[in-house]
Design a protein around this ligand. Sequence first.
Ligand code: 13P
Length: 288
Amino acid sequence: MGLVTSTKYLLHARDNKYAICAFNIHNLETLKAVTSTSFESNSPVILQATPGTVRFAGADYLVAMAKTAADKYNIPIVMHLDHGEDYNMVLECLRAGFTSIMIDGSKHPYTENISIVKKVVELSHALGVPVEAELGTIGGVEDDLSIMGDGVYTNPEVAFDFIEKTGVDSLAVAIGTCHGLYKKKPQLDYVRLAEIRKLVSIPLVLHGASDLLDESVKKCIELGISKVNIATELKIAFSAAVQTVYYEKPAENDPRKLFTPAIDAMKAVVKNKINLVGSADKVTRISH
Ligand code: 13P
């Protein structure tokens, strides 16, 4: 079916109280793990690449691989830029055919964040591509993005104002999650999430969903999260499987022998997450 934009799918998730996973991918193997499992689960899926991955793999290669998977599996697949850092990166991804964009101006002062996001919204919307932005800051490390401490939580009234002023399509909220593994028990601010949900209608995004308890993710979805971002748990499963092969056969030099168990390990995580967020079997329930 070709690549799709996320709009219809995130709205369906919002209206039916489930979420769609956005899985960070890096190469052919990780993309195959995510898309083949989504197909087996009959689930729509968002593939996402950070600017670091775009530089590593190439925006054009990523889109070509994602399109191939969308045609092969005939399920809704979105190609999303995760934490787009500036206008040029957005432009590069749009030119290559990404179907969803995140512009992350959250480290800038509020008015600057608004003007950065607005400019990207104008450009992306002209091409029919939806935009995610972030308000507040999400702690932890993801690729080149590193936020010390717990970050700054999203203020619900400011979120309302921000959406009005930018025209953004979905919003990443800071409610106590962190990118990467948790160094201490996360304290999620569910009351804040519920207040944001009450004030704004666009789909809300949970970053830093690796290493959270399943019941926490479920509660966030109940309270209004429609997109759940997973990176670290996938990377751990993949690299642990590669390490096991090396440990058991230190002389192994065939990439296929290294990566096949890694793909399988990653598929198991993807399957669990799809079941956790409730997107399994939704492809046939959404009109395309
Ligand atoms: P984790 O690495 O904690 O899963 O976070 C992923 C993420 O939020 C990508 O934007």
